[in-house]
Design a protein around this ligand. Structure first.
Ligand code: ADP
Ligand code: MG
Length: 553
């Protein structure tokens, strides 16, 4: 005789059920992701028991997920050919919230075989199933375990206080089918196109094939989990286009994998696309998506990278991130902070390596993307971070042909023994820099000078202030401190005015210009120029003055 039993959810379960259904997840649509993840886990478990039994125990080894929607009756069903549940398992796993049958399964597996799950089983918190009650009036689970001689069961609940379980007499296929009778305000989840988009968004990389009304929807490999050597260039291109929605190609590809201090798999791309000023100025989202065990958590994971790295695209996956974390919790998670630091440092190191490997390619990349680096330096108040980003900067230099850019590290490596600082000169062009009286003074000492031409460069270098314990100094400020030393002309210096003449000139100048002039100093350091005007004002202002004066010429 068929028997139907009525069970009460445990008291805590009742309370938790309410929390899950009402507030754990910020988006209702993720219930589909959760049910697919469970189906995938059931299929993975089947694979394990099959392996353990040498392939004998399981009659049919088809492992697939089928979704059907019925938008007349407002029903969504997710069915798998997985491991199924016995009556006891259904009571334990579906009747007890925060109890994960999957986690227990894994622990058992480890005990018996010492096997690891290779990150293939998704569930571990025991709350995902209940997200079905966010959208359903009632949920019906029909399941039959892979174990020989087990009958099928029907488990039903409206998610309030109790559930019913009934033994089924007719033949039931192995596996589990979950039927959600949708609430009126959630009827969109019985529309094929909507469901397809949601599956593609969250579950496109789940290993098991997923069919919606008999059409396969997920067909991309989760490249970030695979051996880099096994991935062909056109596979990267296809994947890149999926994650970016752009039609160009990756210019740089970085695959990153670590297990300590946290589990992290990342596939990072830098687009071939040359950003325009709009891309640079707008506050667009970070282009990296966050996954956990191939299941999407957040498509634009803004917390995962600093803002200046928003041009980077790709996927980051960490098993350590609980799938059911809400976005709000994600934001100030310590784990996310750790991931951000690790990723940022890895990307900077990668770009440095690339600049050594293929200098020309890096220079092209630098020209296209330098504004992002400069923004990063100016935005952060952390000196360590500033200097990290500054490793990526490149400069025109007095010692190189124009356009042969060098890094600050290269500069410091070849500083003269008596040289204490890194010198730069801001000017409108290379030619004007080279003919500048400020440059002349420092050139006599044989020091290398970095030439910068953009008005923001001077502000940037003043903000950076230091690199690798060396001060960054404008040659103009250097000259000022230098002239503080003396106000005299050496005796017998035939190139210059006499001391008397110089003093007379100085008095005349001070009188003529009145309070427009702070001071006049005499020295004999310049060869090619009779005098230099310096100002104490901020660099940008000085730069502005210079270009204006030039235009008046
Ligand atoms: P988690 O997936 O984190 O373990 P869930 O609340 O999503 O938690 O699911 C609870 C448990 O119910 C699972 O661990 C599993 O034992 C069982 N379960 C859920 N869906 C299925 C399914 N499709 N097939 C077999 N067992 C399932
Ligand atoms: Mg789950």
């Amino acid at each position: 005789t068929p028997s139907t039993e009525k069970h009460q959810f445990q008291a805590e379960t009742q309370q938790l059920l309410h929390i899950v259904a009402k507030s754990l997840y910020s988006d209702k649509e993720i219930f589909i992701r959760e049910l697919i993840s469970n189906a995938n886990d059931a299929l993975e478990k089947l694979r394990y028991v099959q392996l353990a039994a040498g392939g004998e125990q399981v009659e049919d080894d088809k492992r697939e997920i089928y979704i059907t929607v019925d938008d007349i009756n407002k029903v969504l069903t997710i069915k798998d050919t997985g491991i199924g549940m016995t009556k006891g398992e259904a009571i334990d796993n579906l009747g007890t919230i925060a109890r994960s049958g999957s986690k227990a399964f894994l622990e058992e597996l480890k005990k018996e075989k010492g096997a690891s799950d290779e990150g293939k089983i998704i569930g571990q918190f025991g709350v995902g199933f209940y997200s079905a009650f966010m959208v359903s009036n009632s949920v019906e689970v029909i399941t039959r375990s892979y174990k020989k001689g087990e009958p099928g069961y029907r488990w039903t609940s409206d998610g309030s206080g109790s559930y019913e379980i009934e033994t089924l007499l007719d033949d039931v296929e192995r596996g589990t089918s979950i039927r959600c009778s949708l609430r009126d305000d959630c009827s969109e989840f019985s529309k094929e196109e909507t469901v397809k988009q949601i599956v593609k968004k969250y579950s496109n990389f789940v290993s098991a094939p997923i069919y919606i009304n008999d059409v396969r929807v997920n067909n991309l490999r989760a490249l970030w989990m695979e051996d880099p050597k096994s991935i062909k260039e056109d596979e990267h291109t296809e994947f890149y286009r999926f994650v970016t929605g752009q039609y160009d190609k990756p210019r740089y590809t970085l695959q990153y994998k670590i297990d300590v201090p946290i589990n992290l798999r990342a596939l990072i791309y830098i687009p071939q696309y040359k950003p325009n000023i709009f891309d640079v100025t707008q506050e667009s989202d970070v282009g990296v998506a966050l996954y956990s065990r191939k299941v999407l958590i957040q498509s634009k994971a803004n917390q995962l990278l600093p803002r200046w790295l928003r041009f980077v695209k790709g996927v980051v996956d960490s098993e350590d991130i609980p799938l059911n974390l809400s976005r709000e919790l994600l934001q100030d998670s310590n784990l996310i902070r750790k991931i951000r630091l690790l990723l940022t440092q890895r990307i900077i190191r990668f770009l440095q390596e690339q600049s050594k490997k293929e200098k020309k390619k890096y220079q092209e990349f630098y020209e296209d993307y330098k504004l992002f680096f400069k923004e990063g330096i100016v935005r952060t108040s952390d000196q360590g971070e500033k200097e990290d980003i500054a490793k990526l900067l490149r400069f025109d230099s007095s010692r190189e042909e124009q356009g042969q850019l060098i890094s600050l590290e290269e500069y410091i490596d070849r500083m003269l023994p008596d040289q204490k600082h890194v010198y730069y000169l801001a000017g409108p062009s290379r030619e004007l820099c080279e003919n500048s009286p400020y440059y002349e003074a420092i050139k006599q000492k044989g020091y290398e000078v970095l030439f910068v031409y953009e008005s923001h460069d001077e502000v940037l270098l003043m903000q950076l202030a230091e690199f690798d314990k060396k001060k960054l100094k404008s040659v103009e400020s250097e000259l000022e401190t230098d002239t503080k030393k003396d106000d005299t002309i050496l005796e017998g210096d035939t190139r210059s005015l006499s001391q008397d003449e110089a003093n007379t000139l100085k008095q005349w100048l001070l009188k003529q210009f009145g309070d427009k002039l702070k001071n006049v100093k005499i020295n004999t350091k310049l060869d090619q120029h009779p005098c230099i005007i310096t100002t104490n004002e901020m660099g940008a202002v000085r730069h502005f003055l210079k270009t204006n004066l030039l235009q008046r010429d």
